[in-house]
Design a protein around this ligand. Structure first.
Ligand SMILES: *Cc1c(COP(=O)(O)O)cnc(C)c1O
Length: 430
């Protein structure tokens, strides 16, 4: 085995990895545009389209000249300064742009290191908000099953209790209130939605004095199962929040920046959250950065409450390199006709994955915006499926019973077709 890979197995944890039984790794030699250049294990290289956009992030592709240049320019100015008592133009311009492109009531921005941390901050803000309003007892979150909100403790407490493996951390996790998963499908069945709404309403009522906020991923649950649901369900959650004085926190870390066909997925429902979290594609995949945005009501209520401040302040808050590249990435997106791009990818994925419908072992094929999903009737053999797709020039990272793709926005029609065909053929080969 390659010496580097041997060291990797000995030294490094990877996401959800075992040190005693390390899973197969591919060494990246380079990446350009939509393509990864991987070591083939025999002294050569193999090229593959990154159908994952490095987990929702790399929307404009690798080595994007505009993003590279934004980083170089900022490096030549300064790479980092503390954000306490100091500020800088990249953070200010980024905040301005985020306020412009997110739902209108969101006016204030907290910049932090990662999606999970932004959820931590959102939950903290919601708790402080309720305290400021005299509701000390409102310390729990209301959410739905099937969600994923990150891996640190507060986000983990609102992840699906089964898939999120709450049993491993019994006693250490905040006890949140879980409603049923919204009925499946963007065009969810009306009777099923009404029944779901009644259950959510009953839960909200029963726990009204304990709940600070509702937390969900709008329209599309990502790592909890690549599961789409009706915008109507979001409107129901907005009503419940208003009726009971809960805040509505929308986690758009995966769905943000056009991925579902609207700039933010909440737009499908025509509702506005009180708190919004974005991350992943925020920097075009270049650096770790996330943002939490909130309304003026929330910001001012917390600021005039006990403590008089939002109690959070990471060391690398508002990192100038990350802010500069995020601003460049958003501007690149806005300069493109991104709606048409996402629509084109969506159509391409629907066509490309159509062949998987009805294959033996395939339970469901679905496309939401620029996200394509093939759900099998059992767990995927991840190393085998990864290799089968890679042999066809495409990189995917399946999980549980899902083989899925969210291609870079710069993918051509031919590349989208190749992704669809590679997944379909690999699934057919099982
Ligand atoms: C990835 C993700 C997170 C966590 O973000 P990290 O940057 O990995 O901490 C939270 N919520 C959703 C919906 C995500 O997809």
């Amino acid at each position: 085995m390659n010496e580097l890979l041997r060291q990797d197995a000995e030294l490094l944890w990877h996401p959800y990895s075992s040190m005693s039984e390390p899973s197969p790794m591919r060494l990246v030699q380079g990446a350009d545009g939509v393509r990864l250049r991987l070591d083939d294990g025999a002294g050569g290289t193999v090229e593959a389209i990154d159908a994952m956009s490095s987990w929702w992030c790399m929307i404009h592709g690798y080595r994007n000249p505009v993003l590279d240049e934004a980083l170089r320019t900022q490096i030549d100015s300064f790479s980092h300064v503390m954000f306490g008592g100091l500020t800088h133009e990249p953070a200010i311009r980024l905040a301005e742009r985020l306020v412009e492109i997110t739902p209108a009531p969101l006016r204030h921005v907290f910049l932090c290191d990662s999606g999970s941390v932004s959820i931590e901050v959102a939950i903290k803000l919601a708790l402080q908000y309720q305290v400021a309003r005299g509701h000390q007892g409102r310390t729990r979150m209301l959410t739905v099953r099937g969600g994923y909100h990150g891996d640190t403790f507060a986000p983990m407490s609102v992840c699906d209790p089964v898939n999120g493996m709450h049993s491993l951390f019994t006693g250490a996790l905040a006890q949140q209130v879980f409603g049923p998963r919204p009925p499946a499908g963007y065009d969810g069945d009306e009777a099923a939605i009404a029944a779901w709404a009644a259950e959510m309403s009953e839960l909200a009522e029963r726990h009204a004095t304990e709940i600070a906020a509702i937390v969900v991923e709008p329209i599309l649950q990502g790592a909890g199962g690549m599961y789409a649901y009706s915008p109507g369900c979001l409107r129901i959650l907005r009503e419940l929040a208003d009726r009971h004085g809960f805040l509505l926190i929308l986690d758009e870390i995966a769905t943000g920046f056009g991925r579902t066909g609207t700039m933010f997925a909440s737009e499908h429902a025509g509702i506005d959250p009180d708190i919004l979290c974005v991350g992943k594609a925020l920097t075009g995949g270049y650096l770790s950065l996330a943002a939490m945005l909130c309304t003026t009501d929330v910001a001012h209520t917390v600021s005039s409450g006990p403590g008089g401040a939002l109690m959070h302040g990471p060391t690398f808050m508002g990192n100038p390199l990350a802010c500069a590249v995020a601003l460049a990435s958003i501007d690149l997106l806005l300069a493109d006709d991104w709606r048409t791009t996402v629509g084109r990818i969506s159509t391409g994925l629907s066509k490309g994955l159509a062949g998987a419908v009805g294959l033996s072992g395939v339970r469901d094929v679905r496309v939401v915006g620029a996200v394509g999903v093939v759900q099998l009737d059992g767990p995927v053999d991840v190393p085998r499926m990864t290799e089968a797709v890679l042999r066809r020039g495409v990189w995917v990272r399946p999980f549980r019973d899902l083989v899925y793709t969210m291609p870079p926005y710069i993918s051509t029609d031919e590349e989208i077709a190749q992704i669809g065909l590679a997944i379909t053929e690999a699934v057919g080969e099982r």
